[in-house]
Ligand binder design. Sequence first.
Ligand SMILES: Nc1ncnc2c1ncn2[C@@H]1O[C@H](COP(=O)(O)OP(=O)(O)OP(=O)(O)O)[C@@H](O)[C@H]1O
Length: 248
Amino acid sequence: MSYALETRGLDKHFGGLHVTRDLSLKIAPGARHALIGPNGAGKTTVINQLTGVLEPSAGRILLEGQDITDLPVHKRVLRGLSRTFQINQLYPDLTPLETIGLAVSERLGGGGNWWRRMGTRDDINAEIAETLERFRLLDVMNDPTSTLPYGKQRLLEIAVAIAAKPRVLLLDEPAAGVPEGERKDILAAVAALPRDVTVLLIEHDMDLVFSFADRISVLVSGALLVEGAPDEVARDPQVKAVYLGEAA
Ligand SMILES: Nc1ncnc2c1ncn2[C@@H]1O[C@H](COP(=O)(O)OP(=O)(O)OP(=O)(O)O)[C@@H](O)[C@H]1O
């Protein structure tokens, strides 16, 4: 079987700092897989290698069985690998309607023609409306993104990534910084992601991780400590020690 996403012996050094250590991950098609680990474990560095922002020092990355290690970021996106960002990278002056319209139109190769397409193509209009509704953005669809509550901005980031119709989505800390009252919308949106999209989630919020994931990999000091089903990981003594150590 080919995996949706796989790393083989991934390794990354920053000078003398060894931040990814012989990491072999296997993410099954359709999986809800979470990558967790204490601060500084190297999760973001792994994501950056998967997307092509960072070049691994050694090892290979395979997307649906194809080696993508040497492909630039945009070619990986064209092959079906998308990510959301931990830091807000949306257009602050555009509304959610315009942002999703742009994202859908980009995927269809609309380029500068997107305004015209948006108003006239029923299929595009339907997809935009469905996306706004799925991510609970209808009520704010005409407000500039910079004025939206933070939770809505995070929802818009996920919506933009989904508008690219990825086959594998890397969700980078979708709940980070979201106030308590807005978190349930993030959980609901993440739970309602299309089942045919394989998702790799990086998240510190353990409620979100354990409600979402069917498989969890625990990274410590750049290496895989434990991997398994959520209940196995939750009762693993090594995992408990790492997290209790962090809390202490
Ligand atoms: N560009 C870089 N140059 C040098 N060191 C780096 C660089 N990027 C990350 N590091 C170091 O690599 C280690 C892993 O960092 P990384 O951000 O990947 O961890 P993380 O698990 O995502 O942490 P957090 O949960 O706090 O976001 C850290 O020690 C960090 O300081």
